[in-house]
Design a protein around this ligand. Structure first.
Ligand code: NAP
Length: 336
């Protein structure tokens, strides 16, 4: 099969497609999946270079997020309700290949109104943003939310979800193009270029001097954003895309009467297992209703162009989810 196999660590621009790699063999709790689309993540770039917290032994196939069909010859482990031919999305090592194995507990059916390209970027970003806003920040209708990196993978999901939950959203991003994306595909009410000094004053002006009730920050801009947080506001620590782990003077937390709240979605399967199906049930209902819709970057990369996609993420050029397409979606007509 065709796959991006790593035999030594390399920068993503240096990797190439292997055309004759053996199909993976499922373990006792795994299903085998024909991969149609793979979702690109910043951590793929790190894993490629041996810099990620989770490094499989060599050789390994790159990629984690995927969408596809349960293979005709897949085993179906006890308790798994999926069957061969089902359209699914999920996470498992080796997504940038024609086939992968994944634990059946990390594989979910794709709602009928969602394509493979859209589903390939769902598994990590959407539950992160949903649980951050609902479970952690306890967002209420009518509240103000500021989303930083609002056109990025988790950011655009947060913008859409906050709107669907009845909030007023201020999108903050690094270019006019990304602010336009945040409004067009996310439904953001306002857009702010956070590369401009004093951008927090704009946020205060928009909110009539009150500030935002919730800050959703995957960049590492909590300290800067606290200049425009409201009394009793909640600041969500989602990630550090800018590359630096922030330090915060705690007097700000006291003086502004605010909460700093963390979200680590990946740890829920270990620490809060019961919450995972609840989040997915609520999210799938929202996705199926069409009230929220995954956003795919305008250039969908064919599998062999994966390096271009990863380099585009590294250069901060992409918005929404960057996707590689591995097979054509033969089910589109059937679903129309
Ligand atoms: N807590 C969790 O459970 C969880 C789950 C998923 C992801 N995350 C984290 O969330 C962060 C964002 O993930 P994502 O999938 O949304 O990534 P993404 O799609 O690549 O978006 C990241 C955005 O961050 C902004 N950014 C600001 N400074 C940057 C820099 N120096 N280098 C690169 N980007 C920079 C860029 O937007 P602008 O150009 O608009 O500035 C970029 O588009 C990552 O750190 C990731 O690890 C956390």
């Amino acid at each position: 099969m065709r796959a991006f196999v790593l035999k030594s660590y390399a920068h993503p621009s240096q990797i190439s497609l292997t055309t004759d790699y053996p199909e993976p063999r499922p373990g006792p709790q795994d299903v085998l999946v024909d991969v149609y689309s793979g979702g690109l993540n910043f951590f793929d770039i790190l894993q490629c270079q041996g810099k990620y917290q989770n490094q499989p032994p060599m050789p390994f196939v790159l990629g984690t997020e995927f969408a596809g069909r349960i293979s005709a010859n897949s085993p179906i482990p006890k308790g798994c309700k999926l069957k061969p031919g089902d359209r699914v999305f999920g996470a498992g090592q080796g997504a940038f290949a024609e086939k992968l194995t994944a634990p059946w507990t990390s594989v979910l059916p794709i709602p009928d109104n969602i394509s493979y390209d859209e589903a390939a970027g769902l598994f990590v970003t959407w539950p992160t943003s949903y649980e951050a806003l609902v479970g952690r920040a306890q967002l209420k209708p009518g509240e103000w939310v500021l989303v930083t990196a609002s056109a990025g993978g988790v950011g655009i999901a947060a913008v859409q979800l906050a709107k669907a939950l009845g909030a007023k959203v201020i999108a903050a991003a690094g270019s006019q193009e990304k602010l336009d994306v945040s409004k067009r595909y996310g439904g953001a009410d306002f857009g702010i270029d956070y590369t401009k000094p004093g951008w927090q004053q704009e946020v205060l002006k928009i909110t009539g001097g009150k500030g935002v009730d919730v800050i959703y920050d995957p960049v590492g801009l909590i300290k800067d954003s606290l200049k425009c947080i409201a009394w009793k506001g909640r600041a969500l620590v989602v990630g550090f895309a800018a590359g630096t782990i922030e330090k915060l003077p705690l007097n700000l937390v006291l003086l502004k009467n605010i909460s700093i709240v963390g979200i680590h979605w990946g740890a829920y399967t270990k620490n809060d297992r019961d919450r995972v199906p609840e989040v997915w049930q609520e999210l799938i209902a929202l996705l199926s209703s069409g009230r929220v819709k995954p956003v795919v970057y305008s250039e969908v990369f064919p599998l062999e162009k994966l390096p271009d996609g990863l380099v585009a993420i590294e250069k901060r050029q992409t918005w929404g989810k960057a996707i590689v397409r591995i097979r054509q979606d033969d089910s589109v007509k059937a679903r129309l």
